[in-house]
Design a protein around this ligand. Structure first.
Ligand code: NAP
Length: 319
């Protein structure tokens, strides 16, 4: 099978096309013929690596798993003897989690993985783009217990996480102010944002409004600036918090008793199912910016790392 492997950490050029043996599923595994994967912000951070601490988890001198990629969609084409949940021919999508391996024509996953049936209403590219930003946005929105008529400021609203967060916040009945560049105003309004603000002027403007939830999606604004916009008793969400941010957030939570949410999300089938149901009733859509063939993975990484994608970037592997 064709795979894209990163034999070393480094620039996008480390991502090379290789031929590997097609894997066979173990007793409790399914083999998926992958149709689409996506390139997420987490992928280039592992490839680079950034932060350097990535090496502790993914390999000190080089990636332990050379095939990156965590989001996928495809068709089950092989099953182990003990598999009961899936059958050959099932359309599926979801996340490979820390195992990665989605930059390939095939992968094997336990049937207990965060993988589920892809309904006919959702295309393979949409399925591959769904499990990263949308699951992240949903997990954090649940953590801040967003209520009807509450106000939320979504900073970095055009990102993968942000485009999902806008739609989820509207679904839960809140009033959304989206902060993004002027070029993305139409996009975020089309997703339901009630108010839009340009990120270039956001911090200079004497913008003195406060919000019940400040949802920082892209790690581009400072904690102190975000706190200025937080209503007393409100929740600050730091989706893309750096280690420095996390340290500062812990200190602030302890000393000023401010509710700050950060850290890795829990990927669950329940939440994936929730998103599927919203899509089916027309209340949620996955924003796809660009797609690339598998062979152009390096180019896709370059684009995503530049930090200006709108929503998600998808890789076409088969159809
Ligand atoms: N905690 C977790 O478990 C978890 C899970 C997933 C992701 N994350 C983190 O979440 C963050 C977001 O990921 P993502 O994939 O959603 O990001 P992304 O899609 O790569 O973000 C790109 C978007 O950010 C916008 N942007 C760039 N600079 C900005 C600024 N100064 N102010 C506001 N928006 C700006 C860009 O808009 P323009 O083109 O207009 O500049 C672009 O649309 C990452 O740091 C990622 O590591 C955390």
């Amino acid at each position: 099978m064709k795979v894209i492997a990163a034999r070393n950490y480094g620039t996008p050029e480390v991502l090379r096309l290789e031929e590997w043996e097609t894997p066979s599923p173990k007793k409790n595994e399914i083999r998926i013929k992958i149709y689409n994967t996506s390139v997420n912000s987490g992928d280039w951070r592992i490839r680079k690596p950034d932060p350097k601490l990535v090496r502790l988890f993914f390999g000190i001198t080089k990636p332990k798993q050379p095939i990156l990629g965590i989001s996928l969609s495809g068709v089950v084409d092989g099953i182990g003897a003990n598999v009961t949940k899936f059958k050959i021919g099932d359309r599926v999508f979801g996340s490979t989690g820390m195992q990665m391996g989605a930059y390939a024509e095939y992968t094997c996953l336990p049937e207990s993985a965060v993988i589920m049936i892809l309904p006919k209403e959702i295309s393979f590219p949409e399925g591959a783009a769904l499990s990263f930003g949308s699951l992240t946005a949903l997990d954090f929105i649940q953590k801040c217990n967003l209520q009807k008529n509450q106000t939320i400021l979504i900073y970095g609203a055009s990102s993968s996480v942000g485009t999902a967060a806008i739609q989820l916040a509207k679904h839960f009945g809140s009033l959304v102010t989206a902060v993004c560049s002027i070029g993305n105003f139409e996009l975020v309004k089309s997703l339901g944002a009630d108010f839009v603000m340009d990120y270039e002027g956001f911090h200079e403007e004497s913008h003195n409004k406060t919000y019940d939830v400040v949802f920082e999606c892209v790690g581009k604004s400072s904690i102190s600036s975000n706190l200025q916009h937080l209503t007393k008793g409100g929740v600050l969400v730091l989706v893309g918090a750096s280690f420095k941010d996390m340290f500062q957030a812990v200190l602030i939570s302890l000393t000023k008793k401010i509710n700050i949410k950060f850290g890795p999300i829990a990927e669950t089938l329940k939440n994936l199912q929730f998103l599927v149901e919203l899509i089916k009733i027309g209340k949620f859509k996955v924003v796809i910016d660009k797609s690339y063939p598998l062979e152009e993975m390096a180019e896709a990484h370059r684009y995503v790392e530049a930090g200006h994608k709108k929503g998600n970037v998808v890789i076409n592997i088969a159809s």
